[in-house]
Write a protein that binds this ligand. Structure first.
Ligand code: COA
Length: 340
């Protein structure tokens, strides 16, 4: 596809504010080495991760979402009553139903919103972003709260060194709104997007245990443990192949050469995957935003937390061209170019 092929969706929607939250408790690589046969050296060299945050026992996904959302609302300078759409991207809802988004709606008192969850694992925040973008572009809604949040620590098998070193808990949020004349003057907005999934790859990363495929055990009081199953190398390959293609399409649809990107905010799963994507696009290391060393892979929250940190730290500047790219279980992946 040529660089001049534009996204057919008009640029009507922009990001008005962001917020994030991570739990207080830090679990370092050295802590993990006390419970499984691993080492700080192995984890850092294979993934880049040094520590992650673990939610407290009673701390739910909606609690984390609410904290991140309050900061996003404050940074956008709006009230909860102005929000007319709430979408939470999560695979660790508080309960099977109602949606986590409805709990967040209740916590915020956002009584004018319609609220629902989207299940796209680590791509959940970008899926939520594009769904909200279409609602706003279509004129149906004007102010959306989108959240990516997960408490994967409840799904982890803490005896499995292949998976337990990778993940952490957290939440990130953004307010999307119809562009104002000021936004139009700075040309900020969501420029392009690619959403994709491949159901043939459901088996490479999944968490069976609770759901309609599960038959109740003889004693219904004993609920089977949901646990993450992952084929690491297959996930790695699917991530690199699919996201590289999606990035190229998103950049092309935005009508930009890759060299015009100021920053990539990638899913924070593994620094080697980030390097592969960045190198394919011909971009230097300083153009990739990384915080996985502090938080590990926070699933749906990862890009949302990184976006908020990049914004608050001044790494993102008005007018910057930013590529967001995520992948995860499904297999599901997404890429989006925004102008900050
Ligand atoms: C999981 C991952 C880090 C493993 O890295 P890798 O280079 O592929 O490592 P391998 O699977 O080849 O494992 C090499 C060895 O390290 C061992 N190993 C695995 N985890 C380990 C750990 N935490 N500590 C020490 N050794 C470990 C393996 O058992 C294997 O040992 P063996 O050779 O004796 O069998 C990597 O495949 C990956 O990041 N995949 C993508 C995962 C991901 O992003 N998931 C989330 C998607 S949203």
């Amino acid at each position: 596809m040529s660089h001049s092929t534009p996204d057919t969706t008009p640029c009507v929607t922009t990001i008005a504010g962001t917020g994030s939250y991570v739990p207080e408790r830090i679990l370092s690589n050295a802590d993990l080495a006390k419970i499984v046969d691993t080492s700080d050296e192995w984890i850092v060299s294979r993934t880049g991760i040094r520590e992650r945050r673990i939610a407290a026992a009673g701390e739910t996904t909606s609690d984390m979402c609410t904290k991140a959302a309050r900061l996003a609302i404050e940074s956008a300078g709006i009230t909860a009553a102005e929000i007319d759409l709430i979408i939470v991207g999560t695979v660790t809802p508080d309960s099977l139903f109602p949606s986590t988004a409805c709990y967040v709606q209740q916590n915020l008192g956002a009584s004018n919103a319609v609220a629902f969850d989207v299940s796209a694992a680590c791509a959940g925040f970008l899926f939520a972003m594009q769904i909200a973008r279409h609602f706003i572009n279509g004129g149906n809604r004007s102010t959306a709260l989108i959240i990516g949040a997960d408490k994967l620590s409840v799904l982890i098998d803490w005896t499995d060194r292949n998976t337990c070193v990778l993940f952490g808990d957290g939440a990130g949020a953004a307010i999307l709104r119809r562009r104002t004349p000021d936004d139009e003057a700075t040309a900020s907005g969501l420029l392009s997007s690619v959403l994709a999934s491949d159901g043939n790859l459901t088996g490479i990363l999944h968490a069976p245990g609770i759901g309609s495929a599960q038959t109740l055990p003889p004693n219904p009081a004993v609920i089977p443990e949901p646990i993450i199953h992952m084929m690491g190398k297959e996930v790695f390959k699917a991530a690199v192949k699919n996201t590289c293609e999606a990035c190229e399409t998103a950049i092309s649809r935005a009508g930009l050469p890759a060299a015009d990107l100021d920053l990539i905010i990638p899913h924070q799963a593994n620094v080697r995957i980030v390097d592969a994507i960045r190198e394919r696009l011909g971009l230097p290391p300083e153009k990739a935003f990384l915080n996985l060393q502090k938080y590990g892979n926070t699933s749906g929250a990862a890009i949302a937390i990184a976006l908020d940190e990049a914004s608050r730290s001044g790494r993102l500047k008005k007018g910057d061209n930013v590529l967001l790219v995520a992948f995860g279980a499904g297999f599901a992946w997404a890429a989006s170019v925004i102008r900050w």
